[in-house]
Design a protein around this ligand. Sequence first.
Ligand SMILES: NC(=O)C1=CN([C@@H]2O[C@H](COP(=O)(O)OP(=O)(O)OC[C@H]3O[C@@H](n4cnc5c(N)ncnc54)[C@H](O)[C@@H]3O)[C@@H](O)[C@H]2O)C=CC1
Ligand SMILES: O=CC(=O)O
Length: 319
Amino acid sequence: MSRVVVTGRIPEAAIEKLRAEHDVDAWSGPESIGREELLRRVAGADAIVSLLTERVDAELLDAAGPQLKVVANVAVGYDNIDVSACTARGVVATNTPGVLTDATADIAFGLILMATRRLGEGERLIRSGEAWKWGMFFLLGSSLQGKTLGVVGMGGIGQATARRAKAFGMEIVYQSRSEIDPTITAELNARRVDLDELLAVSDVVSLHCPYGPATHHLIGAEQLAAMKSSAFLVNTARGPIVDEDALATALRDRTIAGAGLDVYEQEPRVHPGLLELDNVALLPHLGSATVETRTAMAMLAADNALAVLSGEQPPAPIA
Ligand SMILES: NC(=O)C1=CN([C@@H]2O[C@H](COP(=O)(O)OP(=O)(O)OC[C@H]3O[C@@H](n4cnc5c(N)ncnc54)[C@H](O)[C@@H]3O)[C@@H](O)[C@H]2O)C=CC1
Ligand SMILES: O=CC(=O)O
């Protein structure tokens, strides 16, 4: 029997699956586990099932000890994990791709609608108790039909967001580091462009690339200035891909028309400049937050951990 440490609350079905074979120590406190407690608990662990709020770095891996075999992140994004530090210690790192693709694309498209149709503003107005009535020019937004969606990072979630946009009558352009299956781009009638062209031609720019040194502040003042003044920026990827200071300024000065955000540079802190603005829709990192999706993510993370502990190839290794 191996020792499995789970760093936060995850669906019970996944805990039961792990418990059927191993000794499981699952953090179940109402708050996230503190760093000191985490460092203490991982000592002697053979597997760590981690949440994206936990930093898995050399310090944590060393605190676990040389018997550690696997870090199974319950997320597709793994910018919280130092993968080279894992590799250097012979620890397999895994993630949960695929199972959260549709849920996250739904939130990306929800933010596109919130931003372009001013849904948050309308909701806030009703709840404020202020008088309102239908008017020809009341809370006018922007239509999506015939407009262009620019997808930055045409992986699983980028493609699923593009599919939704196509159903809304949008044209698709995309920028991606890797080659995309031509049958998918043909189905979406999607045209590959570089970032400069994408920013210049898109009415909505939606970010779906991973976060890392190559994408830190990929969108800053210069890129925002290169967008149409009528365009919207949507970020469901990771906060630090966007320079939030620059975004707050661009939204305030109407360099761009609006934005929709699910992720933030210093989560859970939201840039105070954004909180003051009406032309940005703000969600609290809800991308994969459905019962079905979170269960599927936790089960995949459990399968990843169990496979490595049995000496098998995990279903979703990071590299
Ligand atoms: N808001 C939320 O709750 C969620 C956020 N995410 C974020 O979405 C990201 C994408 O997830 P998936 O689509 O499943 O991953 P994926 O690996 O299928 O797609 C990522 C795509 O980005 C491309 N890419 C990598 N570097 C790039 C760069 N510098 N510029 C442009 N494209 C680049 C890759 O080639 C790949 O096509 C995750 O890394 C995660 O950070 C994922 C799930 C939920
Ligand atoms: O942000 C969520 C993820 O799975 O990545």
